[in-house]
Design a protein. Structure first.
Length: 139
């Protein structure tokens, strides 16, 4: 059994890491040549003001416009959002993921933040593109 998949995935930066990415859309990922994508979102240490961050994936047939929220049927396990709730401290310094299985060529992450103050938490995200149509991929 081959346990290596290094040459079967491609990573694409989505966000930062940045402080307070509220209402911010990520750099889009182009799925041409790939059949699947996972968004990995990471949370740093909780800042002085706790926050709640909600992440979702949007999709489009065009790189620069026409993005809409992905339907549950096009998400792995139907899960459309992930939430980092730093208000209770449990989601500081952790990672979560969303899986995309839709048919659009372009996808991007979208984050909203809710809090009563100005949080300083650092958040980052990376796309992992998989199931390439032509493998192995160059390093």
């Amino acid at each position: 059994m081959n346990k290596e998949f290094y040459h079967d995935v491609k990573q694409v930066a989505a966000f930062g890491p940045v402080a307070r990415p509220s209402g911010a859309a990520s750099i889009y990922a182009d799925l041409q040549g790939y059949e699947a994508a996972v968004l990995i979102v990471q949370s740093g240490a909780m800042g002085a003001v706790a926050a709640t961050y909600t992440w979702k994936i949007q999709e489009s047939d065009t790189a620069g416009s026409g993005y809409a929220d992905v339907a549950a049927a096009d998400m792995v396990d139907g899960i459309q959002t992930v939430v980092f709730d730093q208000a209770v401290g449990g989601d500081a310094v952790c990672a979560k993921r969303l899986g995309y299985k839709g048919a659009k060529r372009y996808i991007k992450a979208y984050c909203t933040e809710s809090t009563g103050g100005t949080p300083t938490s650092i958040i980052g995200a990376t796309w992992v593109l998989g199931s390439p149509r032509h493998a192995p991929l160059a390093a």
